[in-house]
Design a protein around this ligand. Structure first.
Ligand code: BGC
Length: 734
């Protein structure tokens, strides 16, 4: 590869090298920023683009690849990228939903299927995985993340990279992955998208950076910068981050692309004109400029005035050419452009089957009083709510290539599963939101919120009349697709008021009430927790939403999802997460004790903690048993067992979680940190052991320089079914 690229770059002009650093979009889909590159084909012909993104389909991409390979002087093929985030055309549940499966094989499989479909559709590069830690559910992009925990986030990042890249990009049906957004984008102040991020290095290394590092260690070929600044420097020009940490500390040798016009936006951040910002970005270690054309139009001048060097341009250009080489594009630039592939590789039966499984496994059962679920396949069921028979919202955010008409609604999923044995009555009951201005904002990418012309009370009355005829009421409520995702921050993360009113009315009619929720973020559900008999969080499930939800509702699948982001009681608790640092004044059981770290008006604890989720069966946990409690040295290995017994009425999967606490350390440490987990099938009446092996490495912490430190002494190991309900054992390790 090195020789090939040496020869190639040896014959390139400076302009052609800079051309490779330019990523353009012909703009046929949703653009998330202002600039759309004009005359894409001509730009490519002139050698002024290294890649395109935002279009898909071999027939659509072919003219651009031809322009590069046949009509540009050097005939260098293009990278062709797209935001393939949770599936390409077979849409899987949102990343936040998938993370709730705690099933790494399944997550890897969804990425592999996404790669197969992406390749069939002409793509060689996907802008995924998004691994930003999110502890603020007001931030809409929590939907794209794996939630709040750095360890789990890292495991998921690795699974996705393996799924996309298959270990070797030269293999067929693999795509270049792009870990994003470097870094700490999920910590935008006040949960407002694109907002400032400012935090100490300890927190950055301990909490926010590990999933990116895990992705790099798993061989991720590219990385994307974040929109936010970090400690006063925009991420796209942050030399410490992009060179010091990413390349020098972690050894990343892939390409770094900016986010959409993020270099241009540095001007709005207050860092000067485009020439200055572009020079700073390149010098910091950003190789490719997405859409903004700052590199293309200013780097020559910056080279002349000495603010960048030719070595910087060469290094960036080389990394882009290396990615193309690894993808096999120099051997065959049309490798990804098989016009016949879409017809037999996309939305296949097996992809849909995998999607259906993923929906069921992503669902989190939050409440199930009196074991009201699963439902019997008999009687009359009232299916109420704006999302009960909806398909337009099911793909969820960032599902560019989705066709909502391929999606299975909850109504249709139930109908198909239960057949004629259940009478299904349906009423909309409420709009997703009543405010037409909000609806307009939510409908910018196509109509997903349809406001019914009838007055709200008339809709509620109809729903009540329907509910009265049924044996059980299923309310399918939640957000619209565009209420989460990019630029979709919310200050109030409860159900919209019109839906709350509907639920209250349904409660009053006295029938058993199951609440099926759809959303792209944790919601505040304190009231609903009191109102509904059962609550099933289904997120946005994608193509097979209705089938997977029906499987859970009727017990064809047993719920096994566990939350990966805490659900607050109240927005005032945000940021909300289990791994809080220890304070000097933790709350006590005595509410009258004044000087304690707590609120006067709400509890500290979340409503549903990280790791929480019910099953249709019950599991009882024995206390953890360690094979030794005094360990010495770095080579020692501890084996910890926890026996889990299925004491309920059906087989079920249980994710056994292991947390640690370091009670004495030279710095403050979180109250608990996830260190391992195992998802076990435990059959009815059976007992199974989850067996964890720990080494001293697992007890290390990352300090403010990002170095792993072991401090011997006592450690408490907690095991249990969620981050709150655990049993402990103390060990010492010196
Ligand atoms: C998003 C990225 C995405 C890019 C390209 C941006 O607005 O932040 O996550 O990859 O657009 O579509």
């Amino acid at each position: 590869m090195r020789d090939f690229i040496d020869r190639l770059t040896g014959g390139m002009t400076t302009e052609e090298k800079i051309g490779q650093l330019n990523l353009i979009t012909p703009g046929d889909f949703t653009n998330t920023g202002a600039v759309i590159n004009k005359n894409a084909e001509e730009t490519i012909r002139r050698g002024n683009a290294g890649g395109i993104f935002g279009i898909y389909g071999p027939d659509n991409i072919l003219p651009y690849q031809k322009a590069a390979v046949k009509e540009s002087r050097l005939k260098i093929p293009l990278l062709c990228g797209l935001d393939v985030i949770h599936g390409h055309k077979t849409i899987f549940p949102l990343p936040l939903a998938l993370s709730c499966t705690w099933n790494m094989e399944m997550i890897e499989e969804t990425a592999r299927i996404a790669a197969v479909e992406a390749v069939a559709d002409g793509l060689s590069w996907v802008f995924s995985p998004m691994v930003d830690i999110a502890r603020d559910p007001r931030w809409g992009r929590i939907a794209e993340s794996a939630g709040e925990d750095p360890y789990l986030g890292g495991e998921i990042a690795k699974a996705m990279i393996h799924g996309y890249q298959g270990g070797d990009l030269a293999r067929p049906e693999t795509v270049l992955a792009c870990v994003k957004h470097l870094a700490a984008y999920g910590a935008a102040e006040a949960g407002r998208d694109y907002n400032t991020v400012d935090m100490g290095r300890l927190r950055l290394f301990e909490t926010y950076l590990p999933p990116y590092q895990a992705a790099i260690e798993a061989g991720c070929g590219s990385a994307m910068t974040a929109f936010n600044d970090l400690d006063g420097i925009p991420a796209s020009a942050n030399h410490w981050l992009l060179t010091g940490v990413l390349r020098e500390k972690w050894g990343f040798d892939g390409l770094v692309v900016s986010d959409y016009t993020a270099i241009n936006e540095m001007t709005a951040h207050g860092l000067g004109d485009l020439q200055n910002c572009s020079a700073r970005a390149l010098a910091a270690g950003c190789d490719m400029d997405m859409v903004g054309e700052g590199f293309l139009t200013t780097l020559q001048n910056s080279l002349k005035n000495g603010s960048i060097t030719m070595e910087m341009i060469d290094a960036a250009c080389r990394r882009i050419l290396e990615a193309k080489y690894k993808l096999g594009l120099f051997d065959d630039p049309y490798r990804y452009l098989d016009a016949d592939a879409p017809s037999h590789k996309i939305l296949t039966g097996s992809h849909r089957k995998a999607a259906r499984k993923a929906v069921a496994e992503s669902c989190v059962l939050l409440k199930n009083a009196e074991n009201i679920l699963p439902l019997q396949k008999s009687g009359t069921l009232a299916l109420i709510g704006p999302l009960a028979d909806d398909r337009r919202n099911l793909p969820g955010t960032w599902s560019i290539a989705a066709d909502w008409q391929e999606c299975v609604s909850v109504h249709d999923g139930i109908k198909k599963l239960a057949g004629d044995s259940v009478d299904i009555l349906h009423a909309k009951g409420a709009n997703i939101v009543d405010d037409p201005h909000l609806a307009e904002r939510l409908n910018v990418f196509g109509e997903t919120v349809v406001i019914d012309p009838r007055p709200p009370q008339e809709m509620i009355d109809e729903a009540l009349a329907t509910a009265k005829q049924a044996d059980i009421v299923i309310a399918v409520l939640g957000e619209a697709k565009e209420m989460s995702g990019e630029a979709a921050s919310r200050a109030d993360i409860g159900l919209p008021e019109c839906q709350k009113k509907l639920l209250r009315a349904l409660k009053r009619c006295g029938k058993p009430l199951v609440l099926v929720l759809m959303s792209g973020r944790p919601l505040t559900l304190a009231e609903e927790h009191e109102t509904a008999d059962a609550i099933l969080m289904t997120w946005f499930g994608g193509t097979e939403s209705g089938s997977g939800i029906a499987d859970i509702l009727f017990g064809a699948e047993i719920p096994s999802g566990k939350l990966t982001a805490s659900f607050p009681v109240h927005v005032g608790q945000i940021p909300v997460y289990y791994a809080q640092r220890r304070t000097g004044r933790p709350p006590t059981g005595d509410p009258l004790e004044k000087f304690r770290s707590r609120y006067l008006d709400i509890p500290n604890d979340s409503l549903y903690p990280f790791g929480y989720g019910l099953s249709y069966t019950e599991f009882s946990y024995a206390p953890p048993v360690a094979d030794q409690t005094e360990l010495n040295g770095r080579d020692a290995v501890l084996t910890l067992r926890v026996a889990v017994t299925n004491t309920g009425d059906c087989d079920g999967y249980e994710t056994v979680q292991l947390y640690i606490t370091d009670p004495v350390c030279s710095i403050t440490r979180p109250v608990k940190e996830l260190k391992a987990f195992q998802k076990l099938l435990v059959k009815k009446d059976e007992t199974r052991d989850a067996v964890f092996t720990l080494t001293a490495d697992d007890l290390k912490y990352l300090n403010a320089d990002g170095d792993a430190v072991f401090e011997g002494g006592e450690f408490i190991l907690h095991t249990g079914s969620n981050s709150r309900d655990t049993q402990r054992i103390s060990i010492t390790w010196r």
